[in-house]
Design a protein around this ligand. Structure first.
Ligand code: PMP
Length: 423
């Protein structure tokens, strides 16, 4: 404990912690490549990419340069009535790299806000007269996670997604069961029948389906069948229900494809992006949509009712544009595929461990699901002592390192998992 961590402990909230009984926080002094350097000099190999973000590693010269160059011009200007080159350049890149129908971009300041904006677009599309007048609800699947703001929270998993605490303040949406079929498996027709029945029964109310394609992240790190996604997308089309793909976690190569929707050949009506968008440098997210939705939102002559203060922040859009350039010019597919092979190989050996319920790997994501909840404080300490940064939650120990990680460092991460299993 130092004076700094003492102050932190008494005065600062960290994600999902209590002020009365906080979990310990380690002071990071600097970070470079895949290493976090603690104040006491210890170095940790990063297995989290700061929650899906730092795909190129930390302190990257090209990304640093992009921020510095932009800083010399302007850090921020309002986006109301003004525009700037980094925002337009980034929007152009996003329009080019996503499926052709996604032509319109709204820059938001966090993933949760991008989800709020997507929901707002879908509801406004219907309310403005472009869809069904009474369609003011969403359909989603259990086990999802879309953010912590109220609109997003209402479509998170109802059991582990804070619904109970805020039930009276949340709109009631429609929920389907979590897809049972794993990634790579065929979907059972009864799951699709249930979805179809729900859509048919409540079509007048359902404005859109919102889901995380292929990988449900913070709701349980579950990888589900591409067939399921394909079938849901087809049902949406058949019933004229919009499809919102939340690729905030999965976007930009993490699952082995640039966007997870590609595993199913699906093009959503709305796409939410964030996290790795800036390579983990600054907070920025985007909601993209089609001409039909973008124009439908204003079918009654109205405007899209959203406009954050830091919309399209120049520093964030500049570093995002550079991060996407780096990504597209890097051999990311080969890197993610190599990480996938190594994770499958090295985490696979835990599958038979008595404390382990399941091991699954997709792209640069590896998950070891334990039978019992992990004692985070105790296990975290052991990981830090072993020189790795992994942050379990619930029963899950998961790895999603920067794409630039070397095999020897990845090996240290996969070896360290044993420390959480009591070996
Ligand atoms: N959607 C998904 C799929 C996410 O994983 C997250 C963040 N964990 C969010 C939305 C919310 O993003 P943010 O934390 O930037 O608000």
């Amino acid at each position: 404990m130092t004076a700094l961590t003492d102050f932190d402990r008494v005065h600062l909230w960290h994600p999902y912690t209590s002020m009365t009984d906080p979990l310990p926080a380690f002071e990071v002094e600097s970070a470079a490549g895949v290493r976090l350097r603690l104040r006491d000099g210890r170095e940790l190999i990063d297995g989290m990419a700061s929650w899906w973000c730092a795909i190129h590693g930390y302190n990257h010269p090209a990304l640093n340069c992009a921020v510095e160059d932009q800083l010399a011009k302007m850090a921020h200007v309002m986006f109301g009535g003004l525009t700037h080159e980094p925002a337009v350049r980034l929007a152009r890149t996003l329009v080019d790299m996503t499926p052709a129908p996604l032509q319109h971009v709204f820059f938001a300041d966090s993933g949760s806000v991008a989800v709020e904006v997507a929901i707002k677009m879908a509801l406004q599309f219907h309310a403005a007269g472009a869809g069904r007048a009474g369609a003011d609800r969403l359909l989603t699947i259990r086990g999802g996670y879309h953010g912590d703001t109220f609109g997003a929270m209402a479509v998170c998993d109802p059991v582990n997604g804070m619904h109970e605490r805020f039930a009276s303040a949340l709109p009631g949406h429609f929920f389907l069961d979590r897809p049972a079929a794993r990634f790579g498996a065929a979907v059972e027709s009864r799951e699709i029948d249930a979805a179809e029945q729900m859509m048919r029964e409540h079509r007048d109310r359902i404005a859109a389906v919102i889901l995380e394609p292929i990988v449900q992240g913070a709701g349980g790190m579950w990888f589900y069948s591409a067939d399921y996604l394909r079938e849901i997308a087809a049902l949406c089309q058949r019933h004229d229900i919009l499809l919102i793909a939340d690729e905030i976690a999965t976007g930009f190569g993490r699952t082995g494809r640039m966007f997870a929707c590609e595993h199913a050949g699906v093009v959503p009506d709305l796409l939410c992006l964030g996290k790795a968008l800036t390579g983990g440098y600054l907070t920025l997210a985007a909601t993209m949509t089609t001409e039909r939705v973008a124009h439908g939102v204003s079918a009654d002559g109205g405007v899209l009712a959203h406009g954050p203060t830091f919309m399209a922040n120049p520093l964030a859009t500049a570093v995002a544009a550079e991060s996407l350039r780096l990504l597209q010019e890097s051999p990311w597919q080969a890197r993610v595929a190599a990480i996938e092979r190594q994770l499958a190989d090295e985490l696979g050996r835990y599958a038979q461990h008595p404390a382990v319920a399941d091991v699954r790997v997709l792209g640069a994501i590896g998950v070891v699901e334990c039978r019992q909840p992990v004692d985070v404080a105790r296990v975290q300490q052991r990981f830090v002592e072993a020189g790795v940064w992994l942050r379990p939650f619930g029963r899950l120990i998961y790895l999603m390192p920067p794409y630039i990680i070397e095999p020897a460092d990845l090996r240290r991460l996969t070896d360290a998992v044993a420390l959480a299993l009591g070996d």
